[in-house]
Design a protein around this ligand. Structure first.
Ligand code: UD1
Length: 484
């Protein structure tokens, strides 16, 4: 399937005018929107799966195998890296999740050609940014996915200008992009802020010395991409050491960049004048893997999580061993076995290689079932305990004090209607539901669909009782004349 620019990005505000949208049924099928015809005959557009819920019946241990998809957080910068060249970039192991669709739409809205693989190759995507016409990331896209700001650096580097919406607030904290902006200024870009947008321009970026005040993952990635095409050498210090940063550098080096040290705190980049196309396989998703690992430990299961990189899971696996879980590690899989009671263990989130903030919510669910009290400290984001309240509604005993949550464990959970508030919070509720007594209904599962590929199917394949239910639509109404 080929997405062509005339269909621009999707999402509520970016949906094309009704008449354009309905020009052909086949065109419609290419868009992740559902056309809903109301009783009065008018049509509305609902992003696909927006209204879906999960119904989960707890009590089954996870058994067997679950295969991990490609890392969303590695795929997003890799897709943005395609902006740096006029040749095709072929990316494999791209997860089929909503954030990836959003990024595809963003690239398409700029004039990129994005080709999706079929059948067995459906995790492959080819991006060609030969004719970029519109170096802009609009608010409608940035607000649904903050990682859209990853296009800022590549756009200025390749096109000499970029217009990217400021992300604004989000469920888990302020998440500013001041460090991206400061870094681009160090590389010689002129930055203006107007009408909620950052406008950056530069004839050609030049190498510079960037010392990050605070460790930022996408900030490191954004500036690494910008510096790859800058004139001269860039030295970046206090960089994020996440595996996703190293994976992006591996892709950029295949494209002809000269980057050393990615994956450590100091990165050196010798700028080149041109980058070429490349083929690259995205690393496995360590957060998805970790979520299944915790779910297995929690449900007292015997599960092998396959197609992952256990070396990326060290902090989590160590913590689980402290909790009394039996962990056995193979080259690309982890087997989790837990036949006995979990023991409480405190945890603090840290930058990689520390315990990831993206696993904090899932770990909190585990702590609710461990014997003893666990103190969980969130050091990366200031408002990342949204799941705590929902877990309390299911029977957990959690007290939040600033950046600390005190979890008194081993309280039985019971099924309830709960709301997903952000991606990882939602995952923590799904796994809580797996051990809750009775039925849990999770609303707003579109948050989960942002970053987990068919999580309900994967869990179902491992003995869980979970199903997705869609919105109950009115009986198929008469399609207005000229629409079909
Ligand atoms: C990335 C991940 C996200 C993860 C987070 C931390 C992607 C697409 N997302 O998000 O899943 O939870 O890392 O591991 O990879 N900060 C500033 N100024 C900036 C940038 C960041 O103050 O310019 C602060 C943030 O508010 C936060 C901290 O730095 O407190 C870390 O944020 P950052 O690493 O940038 O997170 P993201 O890259 O957005």
């Amino acid at each position: 399937m080929k997405i062509v620019p005339k269909h621009r990005a999707t999402g509520s505000a970016a949906v094309p005018a009704v008449s354009n949208l309905l020009k052909g049924v086949n065109d419609l099928k290419k868009l992740p929107v559902r056309v809903k015809v109301r009783f009065d005959g008018s049509a509305v557009y609902v992003p696909e799966n927006l209204m879906d819920k999960f119904v989960v019946r707890g009590g089954n241990p996870l058994l067997g195998n679950i295969r991990v998809s490609g890392a969303k957080n590695a795929a997003l910068p890799a897709m943005a890296a395609a902006i740096l060249t006029d040749e095709p970039v072929v990316l494999e192991n791209i997860p089929d999740v909503r954030d990836i669709q959003t990024e595809r739409n963003l690239l398409v809205s700029m004039g990129a050609e994005v080709e999706l693989g079929y059948g067995k190759a459906h995790h492959r995507t080819t991006i060609c940014c030969r004719d970029l016409v519109n170096p802009e990331a609009a608010y409608e896209l940035v607000k649904t996915m903050r990682a859209s700001t990853l296009v800022l650096g590549p756009l200025v580097a390749r096109m000499g200008r970029a217009r990217v919406s400021l992300p604004g607030g989000c469920a888990i904290g302020a998440r500013p992009i001041d460090l991206h902006i400061k870094g681009l200024e160090q590389l010689g870009a002129t930055i203006r802020q107007e009408h909620g947008y950052i406008e950056a321009s530069a004839e050609r970026l030049r190498g510079g010395h960037i010392v990050f005040d605070k460790i930022t993952v996408t900030g490191t990635e954004d500036l690494m991409m910008a510096a790859a095409l800058a004139q001269g050498e860039t030295l970046m210090e206090n960089c994020a050491r996440e595996p996703e940063v190293a994976d992006l550098a591996a892709l950029l080096n295949k494209m002809g960049a000269r980057i050393e040290g990615a994956g450590t705190a100091t990165i050196r980049i010798k700028g080149v004048t041109k980058l070429s196309g490349a083929r690259h396989r995205i690393i496995p998703d360590r957060i998805e893997a970790g979520t299944f690992v915790i779910a297995a430990a929690l449900t007292g299961g015997d599960l092998t999580v396959t197609n992952c990189d256990p070396s990326h899971l060290s902090a989590l696996l160590q913590k689980l061993q402290e909790c009394g879980v039996t962990v056995s590690v193979q080259r690309d899989s982890v087997r989790i076995k837990n036949g006995h009671r979990l023991k409480a263990a405190g945890m603090s989130t840290e930058e990689y290689p520390g315990f990831p903030t993206d696993m904090q919510a899932q770990y909190m669910t585990l702590a609710t079932q461990a014997e003893g009290t666990s103190v969980i400290t969130e050091n990366i984001f200031e408002n990342r305990f949204m799941h705590a309240q929902e877990l309390v509604r299911m029977g957990a005993n959690i007290k939040v004090e600033g950046s600390r949550a005190i979890v008194r464990g081993h309280t039985p959970l019971s099924g309830a209607a709960v709301q997903c508030s952000d991606l990882r919070a939602s995952a923590s509720l799904v796994i809580a539901a797996l051990v809750a007594e009775g039925e849990t209904i999770l609303d707003r599962v579109y948050h989960i669909d942002r970053g987990y590929e068919r999580i309900e199917e994967k869990l179902k394949g491992a003995n869980a009782q979970i199903r997705r239910i869609g919105e109950i639509l009115p009986k198929r109404a008469q399609v207005p004349a000229g629409v079909a």
